[in-house]
Design a protein around this ligand. Structure first.
Ligand SMILES: [Zn+2]
Length: 297
């Protein structure tokens, strides 16, 4: 499942093709993805120019010239393949990585955007957990997908003082608090494990212990904010992480998986300098947590 860095990588790949371009023709090959596609989906997109492409949590938001916003979510296996007008092809943030002998994924290709300059953007989704919706700009904040969504982890708003105030008195484990999308939006299992390792904080530590009694930040709160932001920034710089089957790796794939320090490393030596710990895997809230019980406290 793509997390924030992978979605941001996809956004950066799509942006130069989509923005400033227009939907000349839209092929919709099925009525639904995870949910039914909006009514007259292809018709409402046709002829519209794309003014901007943003990311909010794990959603891509294409702002159109008539005030509509195209919301896109990759679900578990959604991906975009781009064919530029000159014939050059790419698949930005192709994190899924299933064997594919040809460019594009025709069998599971559900939506094809034909753009004004002759480029094509194809959306395929094997498991169809992806989402596309079309709403007015003014409806965005109240939309079921965005209502109650927390702050962006890379925004200036995320500071030790802000986080301490939010964590004060919380008895849930810190890992669960970080995965709570109402607090910080877009953080997922992999990068939370990695951020906690960087901050040397145990995933089982009580969230409230990262604030003083009066809700002030501690050294650990600051280390955690730094851990979260540094791991996300580095992962974005590496083009995200590609999971599963690495056999078909090529230059377009994310590389950050090679820099995981705890995720997927159960039984291996801790990489913290001077630490003799062995990375453990435990279950928390039905998900695997990887951490070092010696240096993460
Ligand atoms: Zn360690």
């Amino acid at each position: 499942m793509p997390e924030l860095p992978e979605v941001e990588t996809v956004r950066r790949g799509l942006e130069p093709v989509l923005v400033g371009n227009a939907f000349a023709r839209v092929e919709q090959r099925r009525p639904d993805l995870r949910f039914p596609l909006p009514k007259r989906f292809a018709e409402r997109l046709t002829g519209r120019a794309i003014k901007g492409l943003e990311r909010r949590a794990k959603y891509l938001l294409a702002r159109l010239d008539d005030g509509q916003v195209l919301i896109m979510h990759l679900g578990m296996t959604g991906r975009f393949a781009i064919e530029k007008a000159g014939g050059e092809t790419s698949a930005p943030g192709d994190f899924v990585h299933e064997p594919s002998s040809e460019f594009g994924f025709p069998k599971h290709e559900h939506i094809v955007f034909h753009l004004g300059d002759g480029s094509t953007v194809r959306y395929s989704d094997v498991r169809r957990f992806g989402i596309m919706d079309l709403v007015g700009e003014g409806e965005l904040d109240g939309h079921a997908l965005f209502k109650g969504l927390g702050i962006e982890p890379l925004d200036e708003e995320l500071t030790p003082a802000w986080l301490a105030k939010k964590l004060k008195g919380k008895t849930t484990p810190i890992k669960a608090a970080l995965l709570d999308q109402r607090l910080i939006a877009g953080l997922g299992n992999i990068y939370v494990c990695e951020a906690l390792f960087r901050a040397r904080i145990s995933p089982t530590r009580r969230a409230g212990s990262l604030a003083t009694k009066t809700g002030r930040p501690t050294e650990k709160t600051a280390a955690l904010v730094k851990g979260v932001q540094s791991v996300l920034r580095e992962a974005i710089r590496s083009g995200g992480s590609s999971l599963r089957d690495y056999r078909h790796a090529d230059g377009s794939l994310g590389r950050f998986q090679h820099r995981f320090r705890v995720y997927g490393r159960a039984g291996e030596r801790c990489l913290q300098r001077g630490c003799d710990g062995i990375i453990q895997r435990i279950a928390q809230g039905g998900r695997s947590t990887f951490y070092c019980p010696i240096c993460q406290r």
